[in-house]
Design a protein around this ligand. Sequence first.
Ligand code: SF4
Length: 234
Amino acid sequence: MPTIEQADADYQKWSHRLRPARFALLGGEPLLNPTILQHIKMARQHWDSDLMLVTNGFFLHRFPELPKVLVETNCRLEVSQHGTHDDYVKRFREIKHLVWRWREQFPGVRIKIRQSHRGWMRQYKVANGKPMPFNSRPNAAFKVCMQKICTQLYEGKLWKCPALAYFAKLEFKLRLQDLPQWQLFRDYQACSESATDEELRTFIETESIPQCGLCPSKRTAFSHPNPLQRSALQ
Ligand code: SF4
């Protein structure tokens, strides 16, 4: 998540040009950011969208002021469940209890628990421990894509989807630089502040792009064996 100053500058670039129906604050995990309450207020100052904060819930207890800020900013909290492993479910139950208490104590607070793991799909293949792209027809991949409505505002630019916005991070972390199969993702150009209105309109209205061909054209469910543990690629 950017600093408050960066977020303010990024929002100023775009909030007079876009009116998204929904605006979500996500992570990584947003509650690892100690200034998250300011981020929520800042987002509300700039966007009149349906505002939401999406979290795994593990750090809710660090922010006793959060429900008050949610009510004041008319921001919905979405607590995302990531699996059904016994140890995880036990920890998640504590989170649910806190959510239930907040609902009782703070009238008007909107908190939804969503079972995100049910909608997860495999985004790439794995070969020799490295993620490898699919070879799909872009239109077919776009048709089943769950990220296609998740435009990202990242580093001051608009990105078509999370897969493209964070590819450089994934590439660095997993050392994919030598894999030419990902070149289309490397070549992707996000929409920058200097885009004309016509270019921005084209960015918003375009459906599939060549990069979509690296994504799956069939949904294959993916589940994490235990979200409490980091694991190798599967
Ligand atoms: S590149 Fe296209 S198909 Fe792949 S995640 Fe992004 S929008 Fe979806």
